[in-house]
Write a protein that binds this ligand. Structure first.
Ligand SMILES: CC(C)(COP(=O)(O)OP(=O)(O)OC[C@H]1O[C@@H](n2cnc3c(N)ncnc32)[C@H](O)[C@@H]1OP(=O)(O)O)[C@@H](O)C(=O)NCCC(=O)NCCS
Length: 441
């Protein structure tokens, strides 16, 4: 695989399409601080954020320079250095079932200036991203999205859901295991030093996790350039197992409840653990915090063990549940062979893809150990094979094992060519661990 993605050539098809509107598609030299700065300001404006100050720009220029950074330029505007559309992409390993990872084309910063909206600029950008990823041999693309209405037409579908949780700690008594390790406070500097290795180990446990990047890591710790106060209220605790090895951490802040003296909401900003023991140790610590009425935790899995570790099941509830990670398979063989499966079997997949990348009739053969091989099926469908017809969206939705093929069949998104095949898909595709992605990108 070609990892020199930053300098891969601009997609000619989209460049030609944009040129018909006198617009220029070009990658930005991220070592050129002025050019990259203009692109960053355009991206910020595209998301309706304010003008970015110099300190922030300097931090972003340094921290995000490794990404492929693309803009659409209009030579007739007052500031020709400022792109009228932006997109950024990089290869971000994605955890798939079986504690494995696959290289995925992470797409971010998709904006089109309000002055240039709804003339097909985003379509040209998205299609160029998919063609660029395909040319580089990257088997699938990923996104987290502002709106759920945009990306289906490009073959993406939600594959990882996220939930925001609230735990009423006045009603919740810890009834889970009481781990023998210890929880201790660490400084933000220690967290910045030690946290990445813990997350690196934890990341493999949940399909859907995406490798974070150093700037994001600092943001979790409140080290936000241009905002000296951001880390002021942040506390970090680490869990060490009985052998003294760090196995998890929680980053949180206390928010004083309005109108209540000494009553706090404990807001969990990030929590990760490599073992169930560490998970229990950290959540017990949080649930038992004195002077606290409530815990809030955003961007958690939709299925959290802590709801089974408190005395009152209704004390832990999801306040929101929604789509989070969207995936788009580009190369069916490479993507499907990159993960493990829960049950052996033979499945024929007739995949429809209007953009062409994934279109085809595939034979997925899963061995007893859960490893798979995928081949284009030229001959007859084997007698014992499950057999379905589905869009690339539906295949991308079930890919990480968190979306049910039976549900998609009931929804009319998967067609069973052989009756009962969607149950066979679920038996093989479903992940024992609920997919979870703990970051936005
Ligand atoms: C979303 C955004 C990138 C769309 O850009 P655009 O250039 O206007 O989009 P296009 O003209 O290329 O539209 C492509 C298709 O998407 C549809 N579309 C575009 N924006 C949409 C939206 N917000 N909701 C639903 N559909 C949308 C168009 O109708 C068009 O559909 P069609 O090709 O099937 O006819 C732009 O409005 C924007 O920058 N929004 C604010 C930032 C943002 O939300 N970015 C997305 C981050 S994940």
């Amino acid at each position: 695989m070609n990892h020199n993605y930053r300098d891969a050539p601009v997609d000619t098809k989209s460049a030609e399409s944009l040129a018909t509107q006198n617009l220029t598609l070009a990658t930005v030299d991220t070592t050129d601080a002025a050019a990259f700065g203009s692109w960053l300001q355009a991206e910020s404006r595209g998301f309706h954020d304010g003008t970015v100050d110099d300190e922030m720009i300097a931090a972003w220029v340094e921290g995000l320079a490794y990404r492929r950074t693309t803009g659409v330029f209009d030579g007739t505007t007052t500031d020709t250095a400022a792109p009228v559309a932006t997109v950024s992409s990089w290869i971000a390993p994605l955890t798939v079932p079986g504690r494995r990872t696959v290289d995925a084309w992470a797409i971010s910063a998709v904006t089109v200036a309000p002055t240039h909206r709804r003339r097909g600029v985003a379509r040209d950008l998205l299609e160029s991203e998919l063609r660029t990823a395909a040319a580089l041999g990257v088997p699938l693309a990923t996104l987290t999205v502002s709106e759920a209405t945009i990306y289906g037409r490009f073959g993406f579908a939600p594959s990882v859901m996220a939930a925001d949780w609230t735990i009423n700690t006045r009603r919740a008594t810890w009834t889970g295991t009481v781990p023998h390790g210890r929880v201790q406070f660490i400084s933000i500097d220690e967290f910045l030093e030690q946290g990445p290795a813990i997350l690196e180990a934890a990341r493999l446990a949940s399909p859907g996790q995406v490798e974070p990047w150093p700037l994001l890591w600092k943001r979790i710790a409140g080290r936000v350039p241009g905002d000296k106060d951001a880390s002021k209220n942040i506390r970090v605790v680490r869990y060490d197992d009985v052998a003294g090895d760090p196995q998890g951490f929680a980053v949180y802040r206390m928010i004083e409840n309005t109108g209540e003296m000494f009553g706090f909401t404990l807001d969990v900003l990030f929590q990760t653990s490599t073992t169930d023991d560490a998970y229990a140790g950290l959540w017990r610590f949080l649930v038992e915090m004195d002077l606290t009425t409530e815990i809030t935790a955003k961007l958690r899995a939709v299925d959290e063990a802590f709801s089974w570790q408190v005395s009152d099941f209704r004390s832990a509830r999801k306040t929101t549940q929604r789509d989070h990670l969207w995936t788009r398979i580009i190369d069916v063989k490479a993507a499907l062979e990159a993960r493990d499966y829960s049950a052996h079997g033979t499945i024929v997949l007739e995949v429809a893809d209007p953009l062409g990348f994934a279109e085809g009739r595939y034979l997925l053969t899963i061995a007893d150990d859960g490893a798979a091989t995928v081949d284009l099926l030229l001959g007859d469908v084997p007698d014992d094979a499950a057999h379905v017809a589905l869009s690339v969206n539906a295949l991308s939705a079930i890919y990480l094992g968190g979306v049910s093929a039976v549900t998609l069949t009931r929804a009319g998104r998967i067609t069973e060519v052989r009756e009962g095949s969607s149950s066979a898909l679920d038996a093989s595709f479903r992940s024992a661990v609920t997919p979870w992605l703990s970051i936005w990108f």
